[in-house]
Design a binder for this molecule. Structure first.
Ligand code: SF4
Length: 347
């Protein structure tokens, strides 16, 4: 147990200011995420140093296609989440009532990352906001060792939380579902509002965190063309037309096994809408072999990065991340960590 960061005392309990839920927590109780508990007037994180999942992944699996492409990233998570998505891929960890895991301190995690030849770390699988203290302390050590840090997040964090992690956070994948449709978030994810996600995205940009965005399209319940149009326009206006946007396909999962998988044609519809709104780098996900997994130079059309699923097949980028044919800027960040592609390492 470690004392939590970012909470304020109230007359009767405390308020947690880490995520946009801003839970009021009374003595002996926990917040919505189940892993921040008030004992004797002190708020504690019960997942500090308790690692529920870890693997050495290709950075493309996050997905991050424009940050340190081709590198290997040491990925960790703890139990629980601040969302209740009924289609969660990692529900066995994210929806666990009591946290479990292997005891590892931040320095141990960075040592493991180095042992498995990773260029950086990713805080992922469940929601890193709820294990912020662990992510922060690990990320600080990783930076001292010259490694990068990335979050895969639902974006439901406060601006104070972003201020806290931003000095050590190089990149983030912010995951939308159902194109950010408000009713979808309420009905299938138990999330009362989506505005804090857009605020967080804008604040990350202000703080210099490189951002890519994903959007899970679910047939029948989360296939909203108007919301995709609005989201893509917002991204273009507020984050810039070069911001990568990934449309990912759903597979039947958890409480949503009655729904069909998302066909490629559905993703292609949404990709076209995003491109029409002015976005340059729009990708498909979870449809292995689709042409929209590759990065094409928008100036000369050259295939700068070839991928298959979450694997890089060929990195044709110049050392500075520009197009090797015409020199065009392809909005590649973290080029100093760039690699030639890597497989999955599970342990
Ligand atoms: S992290 Fe979010 S869900 Fe968890 S206690 Fe804090 S405000 Fe509540």
């Amino acid at each position: 147990m470690k004392e939590a960061v970012m909470y304020s005392k109230l007359k009767n309990g405390v308020r947690c200011n880490l995520c946009a839920r801003r839970c009021v927590i009374q003595e002996g109780e926990s917040g919505f995420c189940r892993v921040r508990t008030l004992r004797d007037g002190v708020l504690y994180s019960s997942v500090y140093g308790l690692i529920d999942g870890m693997a050495a992944d290709p950075i493309e699996k996050k997905p991050l296609f424009h940050f340190a492409p081709g590198s290997r990233t040491f990925s960790i998570s703890t139990s629980s989440c601040n969302f209740r998505c009924q289609f969660c891929l990692n529900y066995h960890s994210s929806q666990r009532e009591t946290p479990v895991g292997e005891r590892l301190e931040p320095a141990d995690i960075v040592s493991l990352a180095k042992r498995y030849d990773c260029s950086g770390l990713s805080y992922t699988y469940t929601e890193p906001t709820i294990f912020m203290e662990l992510a922060h302390d690990t990320a600080k050590i990783a930076h001292e060792e010259g490694m990068y840090n990335t979050f895969v997040t639902n974006g439901y964090m406060t601006t104070e939380a972003i201020d806290y992690i931003a000095p050590y956070l190089d990149a983030a994948t912010v995951d939308f579902k159902g194109s950010g449709n408000k009713e979808f978030y309420k009905n299938y994810m138990s999330v009362p509002k989506v505005e804090p996600i857009f605020d967080a995205l804008a604040h990350m940009k202000e703080k210099g965190v490189f951002v890519e965005i994903t959007n899970l399209i679910i047939p029948e319940i989360g296939d909203h063309e108007d919301d995709t149009r609005a989201m893509a326009s917002w991204i273009e206006e507020n984050l810039g037309s070069l911001t990568p946007l990934h449309f990912t396909a759903f597979s039947p999962m958890y409480k949503m096994t009655h729904l069909p998988s998302t066909p490629a044609s559905t993703l292609e519809r949404h990709i076209k809408i995003a491109k029409d709104a002015g976005l340059v780098f729009v990708y498909s996900g979870n449809i292995p072999g689709h042409d929209y997994e590759n990065t094409f130079c928008p100036s000369c059309g050259y295939k700068a990065v070839e991928r298959w699923s979450v694997y890089m097949k060929k990195n044709n980028l110049r050392e500075d991340g520009h197009c090797p044919k015409c020199g065009h800027d392809l909005n590649i960040a973290g080029a100093k960590w760039m690699g030639q592609g890597t497989g999955l390492l599970r342990f």
